[in-house]
Design a protein around this ligand. Sequence first.
Ligand SMILES: N[C@@H](Cc1ccccc1)C(=O)O
Length: 414
Amino acid sequence: MTSNKIVGSTLIVAGTALGGGMLALPLASAGLGFYPAALLIFVNWALMTYTALLMLEIHQHAEQDATLNSLAKNLLGKPGQYLATFASFFLFYALCAAYIAGGGSQLTNKINDFMSLELTPQFGAILLTIIVATVVSIGTHSVDLVNRVLFSVKIIVLALTLSLLFPHVESINLLEMPVQQGLLLSALPVIFTSFGFHGSIPSIVRYVGVDIKTLKKVMICGASAPLVIYLLWQAATQGVLSQTDLLANNSLTSFITSLSSVLQQPQVSQSVSVFADLALATSFLGVSLGLFDLLSGMMKRANSTLNSNESNSTMSTDGKSHRVKTALVTFLPPLAFALFYPQGFITALGYAAVALVILAIFLPVAMVTKQRKAQTSGYRVVGGNVTLVLASLMGCLIIASQFLQMADVIPAVG
Ligand SMILES: N[C@@H](Cc1ccccc1)C(=O)O
């Protein structure tokens, strides 16, 4: 095993997790205070690392090229497979919708400032979608290229942003307590989504091989990088802005504006803003490529079944027209959401959490439970049934939180 592959895989895990969700953390935890927010971040990290290890436990008895779909089919039958497919689509669409809404208003703001215009956020949403759709439709290679550059710049800008914010942290701000207990529950879905990376586990197993010891290191290190970065980010943002200032913001753009008005230093808010753009762009590229590939495969299969039934059909499944059709199905639904809910960044991340609970908690727990009955040897994640039940309960709590916010029973975040 080359150490290059291990480092590469760890970076894939960390890079997938560290996305646009991070920008929503200060907004979702506004009013919580730093220590309660840090506790929630830690709990979600433990939960997501645990379920990633469950996935490894499942992969150890399967082929190296197993996918979530094939694992679910083998262990849980057709219903498991359908649930996995449905939840994957829901997750990808919800995340793309969040990134278009968040990124669109950021882009509009930039254009408005630069050209002294008064464009609406919808304009930015459409422009951003056209740009990303073009890169994704050209192919994986172009996404890889653009992503590599953006990802490296993103890490540098993050380091710069944190070092600019930290001198302004007031320890008194960090000691504030939750303004309302219900907020603890409300913040759960968004924090949970920000630790999501589980869709990339099968690709990493395929890349590294079924070497559980190495894979365990990759998962634990890959998930710990976002833990450290999120804690620093929370300390920086909750330390610079008071609870009242944080609570007054309901969008990413207003959060960045209030940072600049409190600090009176344009370069700090400029670097936060550039970081936000990069985080949204890299996440949007990565997630929409996943969705595009999933849809492309499905549409090809559907087409070839049609073609074999009508042998004289001349419809081509490759080439330009297929890619254009796939791009439309990939990008139009999330764009429509962002056009109707230009402020829907946090809301869409909350919906993504519901699908992610199915993919990253319920399915792994169900598959491991089934597998443990048949397999008595091999790697087993610690904790036995107790941790399986605890993880499932957390999953129920996250879904409940999202629905209670929709029904206005607990305060909605963002
Ligand atoms: N963690 C990602 C969201 C995500 C969830 C699940 C899988 C992939 C990505 C973010 O913060 O934006």
